[in-house]
Design a protein around this ligand. Structure first.
Ligand code: FE
Length: 217
């Protein structure tokens, strides 16, 4: 069968993200409450998504001079998962925080470091294991079942870094916590998102028009 060029051409740069969203919607529906099954399958899809750059819309690549940005790329209508572009300016970092849902962090551009922490009954947060450095293509898991308190930082002092995160909920609206490193005291935290805009994944008109044009006698 003849496939017109436009179906996979520059007019459909969002196709990799749309394919990821479609696949992940199937996965969360089939996995139900089985987190291990869900995370393993989503991880495969995320690896595919971040294996190639070039699909992330420009607005979701912009750093802020003072703090990291979190751009929502898609939220499942049933809030079973969300996809977020995290953009780190040089030297920027999160507070120590948790997620209260599973999360997969996939590195797209640049590099970041993640350090896991655990609380002490009284006293400072304690680092749990060594810091992990992520390079493009690397994926890290956080889960409330295995410990999901961490701090993430741009590993690069002179350029922005971008990672694509997938969470098992509408992460910007999840009631979670930030932690005081000196006392291990948790404070309520709802992150929100950095933009009211989301990519339009669903304008597939270019490929449909091209297919119609290709089928004309
Ligand atoms: Fe995190």
């Amino acid at each position: 069968m003849h496939l017109p060029q436009a179906a996979s051409g520059p007019m459909d740069t969002l196709a990799p993200l749309r394919d990821f969203v479609t696949a992940t919607t199937h996965i969360v529906g089939q996995a139900g409450q089985n987190e291990a099954q869900c995370v393993a399958a989503v991880r495969e899809q995320l690896a595919r998504l971040i294996a190639h750059d070039g699909w992330l819309p420009d607005f979701a690549t912009l750093p802020h001079p003072e703090h990291y940005q979190q751009y929502l790329l898609h939220c499942d209508p049933l809030e079973r998962f969300s996809v977020v572009s995290f953009v780190w300016g040089p030297g920027q970092r999160t507070p120590i925080h948790d997620h209260c849902v599973w999360g997969l962090v996939g590195m797209l551009r640049g590099a970041e470091t993640g350090q896991a922490f655990e609380c002490q009954a009284a006293g400072p947060m304690r680092a749990k294991g060594p810091a992990v450095r992520l390079s493009p293509g690397d994926i890290e898991l956080v889960s409330p079942h295995t410990g999901d308190i961490h701090q993430v930082a741009n590993a690069l002092a002179d350029q922005s870094s971008i990672s694509i995160h997938v969470y098992g909920g509408n992460i910007g609206a999840v009631a979670r916590h930030v932690y005081d490193p000196a006392t291990s005291v948790a404070k309520p935290f709802v992150s929100g998102y950095s933009s009211a805009q989301v990519p339009n994944l669903w304008d597939r008109s270019h490929s449909v028009r091209a297919r119609l044009a290709g089928s004309r006698p």
